[in-house]
Ligand binder design. Structure first.
Ligand SMILES: *[C@@H]1O[C@H](CO)[C@@H](O)[C@H](O)[C@H]1NC(C)=O
Ligand SMILES: *[C@@H]1O[C@H](CO)[C@@H](O)[C@H](O)[C@H]1NC(C)=O
Ligand SMILES: *[C@@H]1O[C@H](CO)[C@@H](O)[C@H](O)[C@H]1NC(C)=O
Ligand SMILES: *[C@@H]1O[C@H](CO)[C@@H](O)[C@H](O)[C@H]1NC(C)=O
Ligand SMILES: *[C@@H]1O[C@H](CO)[C@@H](O)[C@H](O)[C@H]1NC(C)=O
Ligand SMILES: *[C@@H]1O[C@H](CO)[C@@H](O)[C@H](O)[C@H]1NC(C)=O
Ligand SMILES: *[C@@H]1O[C@H](CO)[C@@H](O)[C@H](O)[C@H]1NC(C)=O
Length: 609
């Protein structure tokens, strides 16, 4: 008993507390109520999922001071372009995104007592900034926040009065360095020959990718550089729909750069921490691992700004512009508890491999490093482009998990044709697209012959039927994988009619030394694209759904595909809005989802779920 008591005293009163009037105390928002106060005193040195302070990378650009050009007006390289942000200097440009930390006032210090503040582990140095709101100090932004350093010494007056501090991070946790986002801030006081200290644990917020249950704040699309093209009409149609859906939604048109794929050059995410009036967050746009995709530079040139930061992935993979690394190949399952009992409170990323080929390691490492949404791999090598959004999506639904899965179903697509044939409409042309079909260079999947193909002749093409069965088998395989993971019954899955077309092609193995955008599949496999514009590859906006207009056969003036699509989304109370994407996107291998992006709610208290 005596020995135990002695050890207890040693452990709790290290550094001979009796020579100081009070112990140093450093506090952060450990209880996550958005303010720092005495409720944060207990259990603050160990960070757990339930308790512990959070800080975020301050990587927006509040004053829009980051440029895309050097002093000679030449464009910056990818890495130079990405480096600038509010945390890239020594000044606290955006204190609103820094986490509050403070030290308690101290009495009974001698006049020559000193204090210092530093971070542990060593890998936090340079990655975590600590600012002191120094009375009377004025930096070049006319604020009194001053950068501290382990060598910075606080005098007795300052520590006696208590220090007001602000903490932010300069970079994301990426998995490619030793930085894991955990930091202990140590407050150390030396008075005479006695040194005593206290510390508080903080954790940097992970970057979380959005899922479809989160509210939409804006839709993005690539603008057209003229007023007559198919892209211009597409943009106008999207705008009209957004204006008319309940509440309306803004459309942000991105500067044209010669490609229509607003989905693919980045994946939007966010970081957030508790604040006094709800979560404080920064939108984080992760550029796709496609170094030569010019549109990826939009993340920094066009989209970075107040409360919005960008991220350029690390080197070593993602060189060139390979389709497997597009944002369309990254989607997120909404929150669920897996059949094996793991709670994915922020949902879980899905991405697809292409048989033996995996997406860029830089992106995979990044996703894994965030821990919360570690990716699940599907198989999309059976598609020419090969993105998960071509065949699967998640739709909000008021059921036991809060959502359901929708997949493209080729057997249903064939059934729609067979039903029309059975009703005596076998001579109807399958493709009712009535616009200009003039080829253009990127329209690599344009097939004008479909204009004359009747239902009878298409259904008699054995290879067409085989291609659809082949596609269906892979969709089913992917669905089985999802259903092994997500506790949904197969009967709850929505099946959206789709038709596939075989476009297997011996793509060149390299393009001028670069990895090719599309790659050859492995022997024995096919590569498919959607035969007609695919509805499942559309944009989910709450209970509104923007789908490609299928341009199916006209039976008594009606397209039975449109009817079937409205019916299936209607089952989960979603209103379908059809948009013509035939010449703007479909013939280039994508649909509405690929041609748009959505910026969703970032004020998510991920720590409390
Ligand atoms: C400060 O020191 C004085 C004199 O030594 C002592 O009476 C007082 O209790 C101390 N105050 C605190 C808060 O420890
Ligand atoms: C800082 O304050 C000075 C004087 O009040 C003013 O001239 C200057 O423009 C201010 N600078 C900034 C960055 O606000
Ligand atoms: C202690 O530091 C503060 C802030 O830097 C300064 O204003 C004050 O003059 C210093 N006091 C002494 C006694 O040096
Ligand atoms: C610390 O200082 C006190 C008085 O100033 C002295 O009595 C004590 O021996 C010193 N302790 C050490 C370890 O130097
Ligand atoms: C307009 O955009 C297309 C592709 O998006 C490009 O080929 C064309 O050169 C652009 N025209 C002008 C005038 O910028
Ligand atoms: C479709 O058929 C018409 C008439 O039979 C023919 O003139 C036209 O060239 C055909 N179009 C295509 C793309 O095969
Ligand atoms: C669809 O909405 C109706 C009427 O609001 C409601 O009764 C029904 O339960 C909803 N169905 C689903 C699947 O959410």
């Amino acid at each position: 008993m005596g020995v135990y008591l002695q050890q207890f005293l040693l452990a709790t009163c290290t550094h001979a507390a009796f020579t100081l009037a009070a112990q140093p105390q450093i506090l952060a928002d450990t209880n996550r109520d958005g303010v720092v106060n005495d409720l944060d005193i207990n259990a603050k040195q160990t960070w757990t999922d339930q308790r512990g302070a959070i800080f975020i990378p301050n990587i927006g650009d509040v004053d829009q001071r980051c440029s895309a050009f050097d002093v000679n007006g030449k464009p910056l390289g990818n890495r130079e372009l990405s480096i600038c942000n509010d945390a890239s200097g020594d000044t606290l440009v955006a204190p609103e995104y820094a986490a509050p930390v403070r030290t308690s006032p101290l009495s009974n210090l001698s006049a020559d007592a000193t204090g210092r503040i530093y971070t542990l582990p060593e890998s936090a140095i340079g990655r975590v900034r600590i600012f002191w709101n120094q009375p009377g100090f004025e930096n070049k932004y006319n604020s009194s926040w001053r950068l501290t350093d382990p060598q910075f010494t606080f005098n007795a007056t300052s520590i006696g009065g208590g220090l007001e501090l602000a903490v932010d991070a300069t970079e994301l946790v990426t998995g490619s360095t030793s930085w894991d986002g955990q930091v202990s801030i140590v407050y150390e006081i030396t008075d005479g020959n006695v040194t005593s200290s206290d510390s508080v644990a903080l954790q940097q917020a992970p970057v979380l990718f959005h899922h479809h249950l989160q509210g939409v704040e804006a839709v993005l699309t690539m603008d057209a550089n003229d007023t007559t093209s198919s892209q211009a009409r597409f943009v106008q149609s999207i705008q009209d729909i957004l204006e008319h859906i309940p509440g309306g939604l803004p459309l942000r048109k991105l500067e044209p750069v010669g490609e229509p794929w607003a989905q693919d050059f980045m994946e939007p995410g966010y970081v957030s921490m508790p604040g006094p009036n709800g979560p404080i967050s920064i939108r984080v746009l992760v550029r796709s691992a496609q170094s030569t995709r010019i549109s990826g530079r939009k993340v920094f040139k066009e989209l970075r700004g107040p409360g919005v930061g960008g991220h350029q992935l690390g080197l070593g993979s993602g060189f060139g512009h390979e389709e497997i690394n597009s944002g369309g190949n990254i989607e997120t399952i909404p929150p669920y508890t897996s059949r094996s009992g793991r709670h994915w409170a922020q949902g879980r990323i899905i991405t697809a491999k292409h048989f033996d080929k995996y997406p860029a390691e830089s992106m995979m490492d990044f996703m894994v490093a965030q821990e919360a949404q570690s990716p699940l791999f599907l198989e999309a090598g059976w598609l020419a482009v090969g993105h998960v959004d071509e065949f699967v999506q998640f739709l909000p639904l008021d059921n036991h998990v809060g959502f359901t899965i929708a997949v493209g179903d080729a057997m249903l697509g064939l059934e729609v044709l067979q039903r029309a044939q059975g009703d005596g409409h076998g001579s109807a042309i399958v493709n009712s697209f009535d616009g200009d079909m003039t080829p253009y260079p990127n329209a690599i999947f344009l097939d004008p012959e479909t204009r004359n193909t009747t239902i009878d002749s298409l259904l008699s093409e054995e290879d067409f039927i085989q291609a659809n069965k082949y596609g269906q088998s892979y969709v089913q395989r992917n669905l089985d994988l999802l259903l092994q993971e997500i506790p949904l019954d197969e009967s709850e899955v929505l099946r959206v009619p789709v038709l596939w077309r075989d476009v297997t092609y011996p793509w060149p193995l390299t393009m001028d030394g670069m990895p090719p955008r599309l790659h050859r599949t492995i022997p024995g496999e096919r590569q498919l694209v959607a035969y007609m514009p695919a509805a499942v590859n559309g944009l989910v906006l709450g209970s509104d759904y923007i789908s490609a207009k299928p341009w199916g056969p006209l039976i008594n003036g009606q397209d039975p595909f449109e009817e079937a699509i409205r019916e299936v989304y209607g089952r989960v109370n979603m209103t379908v809005h059809f948009v013509d994407d035939y010449m703007s996107h479909h013939v280039q291998g994508g649909e509405v989802h690929c041609g748009t992006n959505s910026l969703r709610d970032t004020s998510i208290p991920w720590w409390s779920t």
